[in-house]
Design a protein around this ligand. Sequence first.
Ligand code: GLC
Length: 581
Amino acid sequence: MATTEPPTPTPVPLTTDGTVHVGSDTAREWWRDAVIYQVYPRSFADGDGDGIGDIPGITARLDHLRTLGIDAVWLSPFYRSPQKDAGYDVADYRDVDPLFGTLDDFDTMLAGAHERGMRVIVDLVPNHTSDQHVWFQQALAAAPGSPERARYIFRDGRGPAGEQPPNNWQSIFGGAAWTRVPDGQWYLHLFDSSQPDLDWNHPEVRTEFEDVLRFWLDRGVDGFRVDVAHGMVKAEGLPDWHGHVSMVDGGSSDDQPTDPGAPEDGSTGAGNQGPMFDQEGVHEIYRSWHQVLAGYDGDRCLVAEAWVEPLSRLARYVRPDEMHQAFNFSFLTTAWDAAALRRVIRASYRANDEVGAPTTWVLSNHDVVRHATRLGLPDPGVRPNGVFPGDPQPDEELGLRRARAASLLMLGLPGSAYLYQGEELGLPEHTTMPDEVRQDPGHFRTHGAEAGRDGCRVPLPWRADAPGYGFGPTGATWLPQPESYQRYAADTQYGVDGSTFELYRAALALRRTEGLGHGGLSWLDAWADSPDVVAFANRGVAVVANLSSTAVDLPDAEVLLASGPLEDGVLPADTTAWLRG
Ligand code: GLC
């Protein structure tokens, strides 16, 4: 009778292809290898009990961030705003909205972060203001052709009585991108009608924003995340566009072929996102802002939110005299697929090495479905528009396992990484939110066709046993939390072996001590073309991610960290391990 011996694991060599992508060895400026954590102020922590997060709430939770081990915080907008787009509609760029506190509260928070060794980046929204901004109010009160109107994009309509919008552009949030005012003129808004686009050809707009930069730099901020950085300049004459207008999938055009040189980075776009995006003129603005920041000490930085593809096109935003970083949305939108991930990683380094900028990595933010849910959906695309209760629901356990594996893969890559609040707890999206509570203008402007982004913006759970899971002192939360948030609450994870919080904490600590952020990547030979595994070496640490549904043999090496439990000598499905060879 044949005995069944357990299979001997095949020793997997840790040799590499020898190609090193990046590898500056030492980080020159802090942002080159920083881990930057996005705080979405409405939903981070509520200090005053009104159910909306605020700046004192952030200050009170700075130790959570210090313990986690991040380098910097990026705050989404907290400026005076009617909150039509959750603060991305700014009425006064130099003040804190009373919802979130005061300028003194901001200064206290900033000092608290700095004392703990963390830098602070704030959001700048230059493409549009709120319709409540004094400039827009003046424009409405003034006549067509007046200097007040010239700061925005007012035009006469088409048709015999000007009753048609000046062109056919659609708002990113749905519906026409133009709204008519009582005297018959129209104004452009790429987003909600409460967010009129500024005219960046106007010199006053330019000086105003340079001044706003200085206002916050003088207060001590370490940089700016620049909202819709690819949208500020529009093509001359505002020509019609027959493509599909979207931020998240890069847009597309029915009548313009995709760039034959693009596919290597796995991106879908053609470097041509229509006359409203990625126009040459934006770069001049960033060159002038670069100069403003260079006048300050401390390597202050600008990071572009530019949904631009391919990556070689995005790299133009981070040329040496422009911005310092750009979010890598090509990485965020890549499927859970080994070959596709290797392609986008390679293309990211290639594009940014050309211009001497660090790559960035990101998996979640306040505009997309959280990756713990995305990766557990039956069709794990980006799902930018949220998930309805009636949609196919995610497999929560699979999503979390993959999300932990994806995050550990990301944090092993050289470059800078962005985290979105709550991902360190493994938080899923709220996918069963009733329509009545939704607040995203994208939901309303599409007449409910899109769920919108509320599901990723739900207030964080801090304490499993408190009302509102400890979001604030009263239990009130501006969006309802799903019941599952109880098991993700921060206090159930601190110091608990295997919790997602402790996984992130260990990864960030090792990333720092091993210098992974400013290391160099070379592909492990054993899996160089594997359809299942992404594996690379970075400064003596091997990062091996198994994206398949079956276990793979591991090299005989010391395991430093793993995203899930390991079995003897093998790496289970949807798991990443860091090894020392
Ligand atoms: C950016 C923000 C998004 C906002 C939009 C308009 O994409 O990230 O939240 O709605 O710009 O400002």
